[in-house]
Design a protein around this ligand. Sequence first.
Ligand code: ASP
Ligand code: MG
Length: 393
Amino acid sequence: MALIVQKYGGNLLSTPEKVLAVANKIKKLIDEGDQVVAVVSAMGKTTDELIDLAYKVSAKPIRRELDMLLSVGERISMSLLSMALNDLKVPAKSFTGSQSGILTESDHTQARIYDVKPIRIEAELAKKSMIIIAGFQGVSHMEKEITTLGRGGTDTTAVAMSYSLKADRCEIIKEVGGIYSADPAQISKAKRYEELNYDVALEATYWGAKILHFRAVELAKKLNIPIQIKHIDDPKITTTIRGDVKMLESQKIITISSVKNIAVCEFSSDLKKTLSEVGEFLKKNTLPWPQILATESTENSTKLFISSSDESLKVVIGAIKESKSYKNCDDQHSTVTATCFGSTNTDLSLKILEQLEKKNVHAEKIFYTPQSISVLVKSKDRDTAISALHELV
Ligand code: ASP
Ligand code: MG
């Protein structure tokens, strides 16, 4: 008997029929003798709809209440799945993040997990209950407020629960069962990897690969939890992400990923002043920091290259526009990234530029990390750049 933590994303639970189909899959595993903890996301686009709803009521929804609202999405999925399983005679019980003992920091809408104390879950597992946990949420350990972990956070919940329950396996169940050399929905020739090491997966997800939440890979690496991405209908279609995958020192490109929304914002002050002004306005509007990918500055001019989820990038830009030294912001940029073993000290960036030139795509900037090369392009050139760079894989 194995204890398996399985994450089911919003796509797999988007309709009542799909919820029933997932319930049947889980029942099959249980009938085979395994113990299952399912970590679920909100149905389909529920989280986006809840965010839209919030902005219809308030131009600046306060983040505490946003978390109260958003945490509801996962509660809908968990209770429906539990009803379906109970109808199938599986003794299932659902639990919120807070009931599951997911303790977080206080930072609303992007809280980090501080500790997991799964006391109730362990007691229910001892009684042989099948457990369903609402992903993406927890409770702040100081104030006991409901928090969410940032968009895509259900993957992170699954990794944290696998660790604290000492699960035998942590599986991320998907309609696309693995990590490919590019998003197979976009590049039909993309090939799947049987296994990848944490570093490559971390780099690809940081630079936009949608298959997993970046923070989940980060946590899995830290805790040394292997993650298996698995196809919902064909368990043979998988990619395992773990630490001890032998990837020899080749410079071959492994995968192409892309961040859709990058904004380049310009200010008329030096770097330190710009960052402190921006920080002040974010704080005033109770907004989280966006991801800053790079900065460029002189004594009286600074450019910030920032990214964030679709809806929050607009809101963040709206807030920093109020700062005194704000000049302009162009949010029509994207990055396209080639992840490889060693990207430094090679001519790979030149090859990438040549490849883009053939398709008339202009790269405005390159971001180098030890395992990747990313080019900044205009959003309109994003798709062309992805397929051009995939030819180098
Ligand atoms: N439902 C949340 C989101 O859409 C969390 C998740 O899907 O992992 O971001
Ligand atoms: Mg979701």
